[in-house]
Design a protein around this ligand. Structure first.
Ligand SMILES: Cc1cc2nc3c(=O)[nH]c(=O)nc-3n(C[C@H](O)[C@H](O)[C@H](O)COP(=O)(O)O)c2cc1C
Length: 531
């Protein structure tokens, strides 16, 4: 990322650029200096000339060619501030090279002020003559027209703000960078997924980018995973009967991915927003109503809008594609309910997970877990639980220290799911109570003798099974009366009617698998490119 400072003659690019670069601690590069440097390097000692002298001596054609070369040289530099003339940016190849991966700042100023400054500095050859001011105005209009649509920031320089222009611009740049770096609905580096939509909006879905071309992918592949997440499947999930039919809008041709973004959409069909009318100005305890209101000052109260569990439909759609690709590489991602309402499973029979409503892996405890959920619903309450996630056959060496450690990325992925309140990797919190001699996974004959590390050491996969435990809180929306306040701060009591999951665990399982699959596939793609 670099900053390009451009604009017509007289906007003070050099002075402002130098001060701004110093303030930002970035190297300052000027195309004019680079042109002079290139010219000197071609002509030896006799070639030491200013841009104006080069222009006069060599003519426009040679000068513009030199200018192109200078720009293409500078365009290879990262993190720096490049000041370049507005006229240089009229060449569309130059513009493309400079604008890529840059923040382009267009400087503007009043025409009279610009001409005053040009006259003071000495009128350049192409503006000489009585009609200089008119020629300059026309030239500037062309510059503005060409650059404005590529500019990220437009800053107007005046006599009054000149002394502080670098500070004002630094403030604007920092806001721009903050927003640029922040894409809170997009996840992943190479395998990037962006989810969109609200609970009671027209549709939800995801755009999945970075998938290689030629992968077999159909709506049926995505639908199978969405059906696992879909509400209304049993007595332990919400009775909303959302059909959640997925349509692939792009990125797949004749059953194969094309390498373009894959857009998957699920239209909302069973949305009864009238039930939410009483919640328009009331905050549901345990839900995100209060915080969304504080942050955005506006809130879609219908089903929680973006904070609804329905947002996860898009994640599951993208995750379905990731799971399919991983499966073709032998990697399996499986999650199940290990504990619900304090009823814990011990056995781990992965073949029974989809055969019981709570998605438990212990055939002896599944029924008790189910009963605990039904009991909670009967009492107009809800319960939480623990989901265990197993990722098998991930090769050793996946994960990118330091900030993209595999465990860090998995934890972030899990915590991005609503209602997730804790993540343990391997022995997790119990490692805090072990001795080193107990916790360390000894090695023999090329592998590990135990797996307290949960398949990750130093943020990199060990080749052992990756094991996570995810704590899921009880569903916030309950029918029992609760104290709360409204947007005016007045005390209210609410009882949330409507169709809510008495326990989120069974439906969050496909979401957990989806997010894990996206992390692992992304990390594997990063590793592929590192080789
Ligand atoms: C799959 C899924 C389904 C959910 N269903 C409900 C629900 O029916 N009712 C509800 O109040 N919360 C539900 N939630 C939880 C809320 O979205 C979540 O608790 C809320 O956004 C507050 O965020 P936090 O719990 O992460 O702090 C669900 C979450 C997920 C992931």
């Amino acid at each position: 990322m670099r900053i390009i400072l451009t604009g017509p003659k007289g906007t003070g690019k050099s002075t402002l650029g130098a001060k701004l670069a110093e303030l930002l601690g970035a190297p300052f590069l000027e195309t004019d200096h680079h042109i002079e440097h290139l010219y000197a390097s071609f002509h030896g000692h006799g070639g030491k000339k200013t841009c104006r002298e080069i222009y006069r001596a060599e003519g426009e054609k040679v000068f513009r060619e030199l200018e192109r070369r200078a720009v293409f040289d500078l365009a290879t530099r990262d993190w720096c501030l490049i000041s370049t003339g507005g006229a240089t940016m009229l060449d569309c190849d130059v513009r493309r090279a400079l604008c890529e991966n840059s923040c382009v700042v267009l400087l503007k100023a009043d025409e009279d002020l610009l001409w005053k400054r040009i006259a003071a500095a000495g009128i350049p050859p192409f503006l000489e003559g009585d009609d200089g001011p008119r020629k300059n105005r026309e030239r500037n209009a062309t510059i503005y027209e060409a650059i404005a649509r590529n500019a990220d920031l437009i800053f107007t320089v005046t006599d009054e703000n000149e002394a502080r222009a670098h500070e004002l611009l630094a403030d604007e740049l920092s806001s721009w960078f903050m927003l640029k770096m922040c894409s809170p609905s997009t996840f992943g580096e190479i395998i990037r997924t962006t989810t969109f939509g609200e609970s009671h909006g027209k549709a939800l879905g995801a755009v999945l980018d970075g998938v290689r071309p030629g992968v077999d992918l159909s709506e049926a592949d995505i639908q199978a995973e969405l059906d696992r997440r879909r509400p209304g499947q049993s007595k332990v999930t919400t009775q909303r009967s959302e059909s959640d039919r997925v349509e692939i809008l792009s990125g797949v041709f004749e059953g194969k991915t094309t390498g373009s973004p894959i857009c998957m959409i699920v239209y909302n069909r069973d949305q009864d927003s009238s039930k939410y009318e009483t919640l328009r100005d009331v905050f549901r305890p345990g839900h995100a109503d209060f915080t969304f209101w504080k942050k955005y000052g506006i809130r879609d109260h219908r089903g929680g809008g973006r904070s609804s569990g329905r947002e996860t439909a898009g994640r599951v759609a993208s995750g379905a594609a990731a799971k399919k690709i991983l499966a073709s590489r032998g990697v399996q991602v499986t999650a199940f309910a290990q504990e619900i309402a304090g009823v814990a499973g011990v056995k781990e029979d992965l073949t029974i997970i989809e055969n019981n409503p709570v998605r438990a892996a212990d055939p002896d405890m599944a029924h008790d877990m189910e009963r605990a959920v039904i009991e909670a619903r009967k009492h107009k309450d809800s319960v939480g639980g623990v989901v265990k996630l197993l990722i098998r056959n991930v090769p050793a060496g996946i994960g990118d220290p330091v900030f993209f450690k595999l465990d860090a990325r998995l934890a972030m992925a899990m915590f991005s799911i609503g209602a997730v309140k804790g993540v343990e990797i391997g022995a997790g919190f119990s490692a805090a109570r072990m001795k080193g001699s107990e916790n360390n996974d000894a090695m023999a004959a090329g592998s590990f003798l135990s797996n307290n590390a949960g398949g990750i050491l130093g943020g990199i996969s060990t080749g052992e099974e990756i094991v996570l435990r995810v704590a899921v809180k009880p569903t916030p929306s309950i029918e029992l009366p609760q104290k709360t306040i409204d947007t005016g701060g007045a005390a209210r009591t609410i009882s949330i009617e409507g169709r809510h999951d008495p326990c989120i665990v069974p439906r969050v399982i496909p979401v957990i698998e989806a997010m894990a699959a996206l992390v692992i596939l992304d990390a594997m793609e990063i590793q592929e490119r590192m080789k």
